[in-house]
Design a protein around this ligand. Structure first.
Ligand code: ATP
Ligand code: MG
Length: 446
């Protein structure tokens, strides 16, 4: 038995009363059977889009994807997608079906869906409709294609990444034929748009099975992101490390909280290591300058995958500073806060913690160092110590009042004052700051 919200029950009942079949379908059935609250409820129906519109003519109906048979019906501000049973025809570009054909058969509609766990339908009176043994696969969350796996991935290569996303989400196995076909069809991912790859990658990275997925399926990731490939099997020849670069990376990703920015930063933090490896005569491996190289490589990847600027900025800043060696002092923390701000500072500590947990356990005691840095940051923030221009006790207008002319000079002076305050050489007091400025920049006074 699945609990159905009243509004969804009403939609299905009204379609039925008008003589049409209607079922809940896909992700919501899967999630409900797993005991999870579905994030949306999709309905599949034998009614043609025009017929669905007619049934709900007293409600707002949006023609979301009328060509593909989808309309959105809004009840009390909640939108529900209702899609006509359909079969997809011929995928020439391994992505979009060339045309969709409506059908009167629920089974045909379910057979076009990607995985058995996503191909179940549910009706409040009829119960579960499960032609492809989805419920059995759901017991172990096994990812198995509906129909012949290779054909299904050739039709739409995005399904390869969807399989990785579901397998990562549930930390669950991928059925052998499905797995084999994913690897064989992976080259077809070149036809998938950057945006779709990025969005699936985010989902994959945030799943709990990410360590296994990265180490077992790197060849697939390597199609859209070949920069990742040299990490596999790259021995670090360094006592700090007991894993190759890929396993180290996979454990770092798994060890950081499942937020997109953090997981992307962990994925790419050491991507530059293989290209800057050197070994000293004692046989120890070094990676001088790897943070910068990783940052540059990650920038190329994030640009190519069309990530938004906000994500790029945080991920790249985290990678740039990931090799943290700072003093345990308020001054050092203020200096870092000045560079990256409090939010990224916290994320940087999380990245360092994860990086450390993916190293030789002999080094895990370093976590205490991160505890201390966090304590210091808490104190600096609680005391509202000054680390940014907006915290400075004087601003540009104050300098103009003191007699400096507007222009770039004001920025130079303010940044100099901020440096002195952050360094602890000046107190953040209007008079002290004005005195310092008037002495040092006396010549520039009007
Ligand atoms: P999520 O919880 O991530 O939303 P979902 O299963 O609801 O998972 P959607 O992308 O919302 O995934 O798609 C809804 C349903 O449409 C899926 O359950 C599946 O039946 C079908 N589907 C989606 N994308 C594909 C695809 N590329 N190929 C085949 N079927 C698909
Ligand atoms: Mg969904």
């Amino acid at each position: 038995m699945i609990q159905i919200p009243d509004k969804v029950y009403e939609l299905i009942t009204r379609l039925n009363k008008a003589g049409h079949e209607a079922y809940l379908v896909g992700g919501c059935v899967r999630d409900a059977l797993l005991g999870k609250k579905p994030h949306d409820y999709d309905i599949t129906t034998s009614a043609l889009p025009e017929e669905t519109k007619k049934v709900f003519r007293n409600l707002p109906v949006i023609e979301t994807g009328i060509k593909h048979g989808t309309v959105t019906v809004v009840i009390d501000h909640s939108p529900f997608e209702i899609t006509t049973y359909r079969i997809d025809q011929e995928y020439l570009d391994h992505r979009h079906p060339d045309s969709v054909v409506f059908t009167k058969s629920l089974k045909e509609d379910l057979s076009r869906r990607d995985f058995t766990i996503n191909a179940m339908a549910y009706h409040p009176q009829e119960g579960l409709i499960d032609y492809f043994n989805g419920q059995k696969d759901l017991e172990t969350c096994t990812i198995r294609c509906v129909g012949d796996a290779k054909t299904r991935f050739c039709e739409d290569a995005l399904r390869i990444l969807r399989a990785l996303r579901f397998s990562s989400r549930y930390d669950s196995p991928i059925e052998e034929k499905t797995r084999k076909a994913m690897k064989e069809c992976a080259p077809l991912l070149v036809d998938i748009s950057a945006e779709r790859i990025a969005s699936e990658l985010n989902g994959i990275l945030c799943g709990k099975g990410i360590r296994r997925i990265l180490t077992e399926y790197l060849d697939i990731f390597g199609v859209p992101i070949p920069e990742l490939l040299p990490m596999e099997g790259f021995d670090q020849h360094n006592p700090h490390h007991i894993y190759d670069v890929l396993t180290h990376t996979a454990i770092a990703v798994e060890s950081i909280p499942p937020e997109k920015d953090l997981r992307l930063a962990a994925l790419f933090h050491d991507i530059g290591k293989p290209s800057c490896f050197s070994m000293t005569v004692d046989g120890i491996g070094h990676f001088y300058g790897h943070a910068k190289i990783s940052e540059d490589l990650a920038r190329n990847v994030l640009n190519r995958l069309k990530y938004d600027n906000l994500t790029k900025d945080s991920v790249l800043t985290l990678i740039k500073y990931h090799d943290l060696h700072m003093e345990e002092s308020e001054k050092a923390v203020r200096k870092m806060l000045r560079k990256i701000g409090p939010e990224l500072f916290r994320k940087l500590i999380l990245l360092n913690r994860a990086d450390n947990l993916a190293q030789n356990p002999d080094l895990w005691e370093r976590q205490v160092y991160y505890d201390r840095l966090e304590e210091i940051a808490d104190k600096v923030l609680a005391e509202e110590q000054c680390f940014s221009l907006k915290d400075l006790a004087i601003n540009g207008s104050d300098l103009i009042r003191l007699g400096y002319s507007p222009g770039p000079l004001l920025g130079t002076i303010l940044n100099d004052l901020l440096d002195r305050v952050v360094e602890g050489e000046l107190v953040n007091d209007p008079d002290a700051l004005a005195n310092y400025a008037e002495t040092k920049y006396a010549k520039e006074l009007l």
